[in-house]
Design a protein around this ligand. Structure first.
Ligand code: NCD
Length: 377
């Protein structure tokens, strides 16, 4: 793969073979296959082959992270701008560390301290960062859909770092990777995975529903009925038309024999008044305590995307307990973001998809028929 050529400028018929450079080759098998997405706006457009490619590339990046100097030069000279219109610790820092580990030139912009406060629009800001050299843009925004708008105006790749209630694709990918590395058997297929808490306001829950059902998990969402609104209808119509999940406010039924429990933060900043009587009441009825976790399988894994409100959605001893993989989730965030930055950088302009995930290339049909390009090494 020629990463020194800008995929956005490459000749449309230039073939980009997806081979991992020797600088990345380690003990893990080199990822094979072909990545065709120009942006990462959500996981809903990723096929199970795409998910597989991300997982295998992440394993390679995780190997890089074990080295004394966890740095490879594959994005040298690439401008990566991280634009945050919303508070962020894990996502912002792990994108920054990931891009730096790939030797990219990273610029961080917090909207609260930028010209946005002087009335500059999102589109103007995007044009500005592009003019200043950004070829990849990580965008976190409180408005659902903002990264899709950005993708229409930015000539490089847009990565959604979380938009409103809508999507958080890299969180779902790092959650899948964490589960595949921690579950016995290495797969979520057939596993009962409970997403517990403020599902209504959660982009993490929405993206996980796409990714986990695509990977074959038996997903349950659970919380007070006021925080599950609309999910019944989605469950009945199915994810992608056919993949079902279960919606319930019966905590015992949800937790019974679960393989994984993912607690979600009560997102007060997104919540209208009247959805919950009080946080105390929520904690008393739905908080993940040691006693409740005992309903799940003895080796069940506990997850939380962070930031946590200990004592509300999760008890401190559960968050820090033996079954918790919360620290793994944070660490895996770096490897998964290295993987997606790397894959997007390798995608050529000719294989671009538009903001809605539709393949807009004239030759899309022919390409699909030809199938994936195997890795050269
Ligand atoms: C989540 C987010 O911001 O969407 N956190 C994260 O990115 N790790 C979840 C949350 O805010 O509760």
């Amino acid at each position: 793969m020629n990463l020194s050529a800008d995929p956005a400028l490459g000749a449309p018929d230039e073939a980009v073979e997806f081979a991992i450079p020797t600088t990345l080759a380690g003990s893990n098998p080199a990822p094979a296959g072909r990545w065709t997405h120009r942006h990462l706006l959500d996981v809903d457009v990723l096929t199970s082959d795409d998910l597989d490619l991300v997982m295998r590339t992440t394993a390679t990046m995780a190997e890089v992270l074990t080295r004394e100097i966890p740095k490879v030069p594959v994005l040298r000279g690439w401008g990566v701008t991280i634009l945050s219109y919303e508070a962020s610790t894990r996502t912002r820092v792990s994108f920054e560390v990931a891009a730096k580990n790939l030797s990219a030139d990273v610029v961080n912009i917090a909207a609260a301290s930028s010209s946005v406060t002087k009335g500059e629009s999102l589109i103007d800001t995007i044009r500005t960062v592009e003019a200043l050299g950004a070829r990849m843009l990580v965008l976190r925004h409180a408005t659902s859909g903002a990264p899709y708008l950005a993708a229409q105006h930015f000539s490089g790749s847009v990565l959604n770092g979380g938009d409103g209630w809508h999507a958080h694709p890299t969180q779902a990918l790092l959650d899948l990777y964490t589960l595949e590395t921690r579950l016995p058997g290495g797969s979520v297929r057939g596993r009962k995975i409970v997403i517990l808490g403020d599902v209504l306001h959660s982009r993490v829950a929405r993206s996980n529903l796409w990714a986990l059902t695509a990977a074959g998990a038996d997903v349950w969402v659970c919380g007070p009925t006021t925080l599950l609104r609309g999910f019944d209808a989605w469950a009945a119509s199915g994810v992608a038309g056919s993949r079902r999940f279960t919606v319930t406010s019966d905590l015992n039924a949800a937790l019974r024999d679960a393989d994984v429990v993912m607690a979600l933060r009560i997102q007060r900043e997104r919540m209208a008044a009247g959805l919950l009587p009080s946080l105390r009441e929520y904690a008393a009825r739905f908080g993940l305590t040691r006693e409740r976790l005992a309903l799940a399988r003895p080796d069940a894994l506990v997850m939380h995307p962070g930031p946590m409100n200990e004592g509300v959605e999760i008890a401190a001893d559960v968050a820090a307990g033996d079954q918790s993989v919360i620290t793994d989730q944070v660490a895996n965030g770096v490897a998964v973001r290295m993987a997606v930055l790397y894959l997007l950088a390798g995608a050529r302009d000719g294989s671009a998809r538009d903001g809605g995930g539709r393949d807009v290339r004239p030759e899309a049909g022919r390409e699909a028929a030809r199938g994936a390009v195997p890795a050269a090494e």
